[in-house]
Design a protein around this ligand. Sequence first.
Ligand SMILES: [Zn+2]
Length: 627
Amino acid sequence: MFFVILPNKKVIKFINFIMMVDFVKFFYFRSFETLIIKVNNCIVESNFLLIESCFVNLFFNENKKQLFVLGSMCKYLMANAVKILFPFSVLGFGNVVGNGFYYDFELDFKLSSKILEKLEKQIYFLLEKRFLITIFLSSAEKVKKIFFNNEYKINLINKTYESNIYIYKCGSFLDICNNIYKIFFKNAFFLKLIKVSGAYWMGNSSNIMLQRIEGFVSFKYEQLNDYILSLNDVRDHRLLGKKYDLFHFQNDTCGMIFWHKDGWIIYQEIIKYLRNIFFFNNYLEVNTPQLINKNLWKMSGHLDKFSENMYSLFSDNDFFILKPMNCPAHVQIFKNSIKSYKDLPIKYCEFGSCYRKEFSGALHGIMRVKNFIQDDGHIFCTENQIQREVILFIKSLFVVYKKFLFKNILIKLATRPEKRVGEDFIWDKAEKSLVLALNKLNLNYFICKGEGAFYGPKIEFTLKDNIGRLWQCGTIQVDFFIPKRLNSYYINRYGFKQFPIILHRAIIGSIERFMGILLEDNFGNFSLWLCPIQIIVLNITANEISYSKKICDFLKKENIRVSFDFKNDKISLKIRNASIRRIPYLLIVGKNEVTNELVSVRTRDSNDLGAMKIDIFLNMFNLCLFN
Ligand SMILES: [Zn+2]
């Protein structure tokens, strides 16, 4: 037994649990769609189960209600338009779900999506003419007479058992309706008919199949536009992330990512790979605090220039900033002990979590988020070392891009802007070093005059993906400014203090954004080394489970990410499911494979490689992995 307490202090006693949608129906006589319901101050959905004592608060959601009314209007307008264009069509049933609406029709020909545009025009024509629309109440018997030649409507009337039924009338068009109806003006909303498909009457596959037309309607143009984009753009990483169960977002952490198991494996593999590259290039991996006192950001100049994008926190009687970048922190490590010219160059790298305030409109899936990790690094060097370090960096950058299968890379050299710090002779030297580095590597590049940062010139690297879109990812920036600002120096060969040059560099930039680019580039067909699951073992009958488990254990010991599907499904279904998940290798085990100690190998692209011994397969797998 438990109690539900309502805002008017009314207490309702329950013996058994009740689902929210039924609670609303019983006590409020309202449809769930028109309400926002809070249980102990948390907004809940229709399937929320009331099982223990709580406070329940209800708010009428005019938006939800308005949208429902708008969807209903569009539903009838669409049915009306179909009746005008195809007078012999028979009306089935229509409904509204969120921003979507649909209607099912019986027609003696197959609808194609070409018809949708014509229908849309007809809908707007009906709206413009502003025909008189009336809603009236009629007895079920009378309504049955109106729809005597429409078995679907008769069926619906019989099902509802209601003695009086509302009728929607527009000219000669009649339909059964509910009493919430309102006309919205043509310019008050945005409508698009989306698709035609088949739908069984009442959703039951033993019934006749009707043809369904679906539409989307919104009061906001952007919302309609986003929806259409998401339909057309099968590359949208947000949809792919959902499809492959890689990550999700939630309103309560707007702009920060919940990484799911498979997404996190890919993320970690990228970091693991980059860590190796940095190690071979003599970087020292460090890690620095997330919260740093505001004074350091003031000294570094970030507070003046960047404060709009920084999260601050007042705690322990002081102001702290969630770091938006790692640079000043790396300078602290450099400064922590006295450095000699003999120590340079010193290269720090960090996979440090950074936070930047973004307007919610600027957020875009995992491509633009508030919390991210960059493959960030800083090279502390002398002016004479710039050229050599830039060459080494560009070489490693090309190795990385090749590994991720990006071949087209555009290079941009940005030179001194009008407003800048540092003496001209240092700028001359720095720009010359960058040009010489690019020339030595025989690279083509664009020069963008005046587009350098105020603290130094830079080179930017832009990737071209499979469909020709450009993504700026890599950068190396010369900085004459920060070392001086933060008073970090080394002792030169003459025994004097001298400020080093800092090269800020990143190859892929934010790992989150790079994963979005990869997803949109490869549709979820990740390279073997990145795949969250590299191999799946599928048994044909239960007799092969123990042999299949042995295969899994063997592969696991080889550090391979292997999974299995021992469900009681048909093998064709298991193969299909594994291919949809884009798992590179499917090992199928049946009676023959067990007897002869083999595995039958298929790829995610349905290539049948035949049966083979597991070590032969392993050799082949390793060859693919390292190529
Ligand atoms: Zn930096």
